[in-house]
Every structure is written in C-alpha cells, then in structure tokens.
Write a protein that binds this ligand. Sequence first.
Ligand code: PMP
Length: 364
Amino acid sequence: MTKLPTPRPGILDIAPYIGGEAKAPGTTRQIRLASNEGALGTNPAVSDALHAYATDPHRYPDGTALALRQALAKLHGLDAERIVCGAGSDELLQMLAKAYAGPGDEVISSQHGFLIYPIAAKAAGATPVEVPAAKTLGADLDAIAARVNAHTRLIFLANPNNPTGTMFSQSELEGLLKKLPSNVLLVLDNAYAEYVDRADYPQGFDLVDRYPNLVVTRTFSKIYALAGLRLGWCYASAPVADVLNRVRGPFNISQAAIACGVAAVEDQAFIQKSAAHNKEWRAWTIAELGKLGLRVLPSQGNFVLVDFRTHGAETVRQALKERGILVRQMNAYGLPDYLRITIGTGDEMREVVDALRTILQQAA
Ligand code: PMP
C-alpha cells in the first residue's frame, strides 16, 4: 500500500469549524440570526468604497495595510506601528497560537469560550486546556490564573464572551494581569466591544502599554458589518507586533478589505446607530422572551443565549428553521440546552418572538 503524507499529531483531532449558515431548504425567506453579523446590513459607505477604491485587482495590495492601520490609530488614539491586521480576527488568533505555542505547550481558554481557541492551539501542535466557567457561564478569571503553570504559553479570553454574552470588568482584567507570569501572553478578544454598554468595560488598549504580554484583538465582522470581506486587527506591544509581522502572510489583507475597512472606520455614525439599535432590540428581545417564560442570559453582545431545556433546544431550532429562521445550536460549546439568537432588525426580532410564541404554544 502506498503511504500517504500524514499531518502532525493532533491535527486530525480538530473538528472543522463550520462557519456561515446554509440556506434553510424549502423556504424563500431567510432570517439569518446564527452568526452574530451586523443587524443593519452593509453600510452604503462601504459599498461605495468597494466600487470606488478597489479598482486595481491586478495590483498587489499594500501588504502593511498602512491606510487602515492609520485610520484605526486615529480613531482609537493608538500607535499605528503596533497595529497588525488579519483576514478576520480568526487569522490573528491562529497566528498568535502558531507563533507562541507548540508541542508541549498549553493554551488556556474558558469553558463555553469561542471554538476557535482550542482549534488554534491544536493547529499549532499545542495542548488546549479548558478551565471550568463560573456559575454565570462566563470566564472564571481566578480559576484561570490558578491553572497557569510552567507549560502555559497563551490564554485566550473573549470579552464579552461568545456565546454567553458575559463580561468581565477593567479591575477584574487587571487582577488577572497582575497575577500572570510576564512570559504568558493574554489574548483579549474584544470582537463585540462596540456593543458593550457597561462603563467598567476594559477596551484594553491602555493596559497593553503597561503589560507587554497583553494583545487586544478586534474584528470588522460584527458592528462594522464586513464579515464577508474578512478583516480584523490587533493592538500589541512592539515585540509582539514584530513577531506577528514575521509570521503574517505577506498580503493577508485584500485591497478591497483595506478600502472598505478605511471607509467603515471613517463612518462612526453607522457604528453609533448600530450600537443604539442593538441596545434597544437586545433589551426588547430579552424582555419579550422573558414574557414567554424563557430564561435569557444577560448579554453585552449582539446576541442572546436562551435556555430551552424544557422544550428541547434542537426541537425548537428545527421548528424555527422550518419557518426560515436560522439560529445557532450550542452543542459544540457544551451548552446543548441553549440556542444563541443574534439581534437582527426590529422586524426580524418581532418575527422570532412571534414564531417562538407559536412553537412553545404548540408544544404545550
Ligand atoms: N472572536 C469571537 C469571540 C467571535 O465570536 C468571532 C466570530 N464569531 C471571532 C472572534 C472571529 O471573527 P472574525 O474572524 O470574523 O473576525
């Protein structure tokens, strides 16, 4: 028998991440609330930029994405030299894992954390370590600090966390950073930062200056509504940014993504409008689902996690799908009794609540 090339040990233990959502069969209408995308659709300023600026596809993009880094630096008051862009924040998470962890190393994340963290650890050849969540289902920062040992190279933490919507505060984050050995890299994944309305939320940029072992990642896939173009960025200390620039693909960000990213950053009115929309409809959705007798976790993201244990989460998900409404099942996150529902438009949220009312009545 011919011997086939085999991947490194551990690679075949990775369950492929299934992103995006297939169309529900047999329905013309689609209400897509399974992937935490922006509720308000594509920003017209971004569509204009796509047509106006991404005009030379035969040319390579600027491999350093300078215009985008400068726009982000201006908006957030940061040093553009310490911003690194990725094809989605996913790519940055994978680059960080590959650059800082390998065989024999441990990569910590929280139970019910984002699925990419253990995938990135395994792809790097390292061992993912899952620390049990707190009672809130959010990360238990004390337990994480206690789990750090000589093998720990990296910690991935999303704040707010997907899918639980839970958040830790500035002082809780500082408490963790103070306890961490300086050679352990903490990746603070702030993908949902713009949706947070709590005043004690840590943006983390100031802390990067004080703790060079902290990296903050952000995405354009959520409130910036650019998921299809694949764009993310991170803010790091100079040595970490330098490492990322060494492992980064030379032209990892497309010309179109750079042009649209700049246009999106320059239109903060769209971001404010989206944040206000999310705040209003998140509160409305939580209240309305509560009236149906459902337990909904408090959320700082653009989604809510709903407990369907009395009705069967999979039964409810299928019933929604038959009505053309797509929401995310949570089995892979260790939460099989829950469904995660993205906050969409007002009409979409009314439809979801109406559909759930009918489904629950029929089941009663
Ligand atoms: N981090 C978290 C917590 C997420 O939920 C997601 C997307 N679901 C990402 C990162 C990755 O986003 P992207 O690669 O589109 O930037």
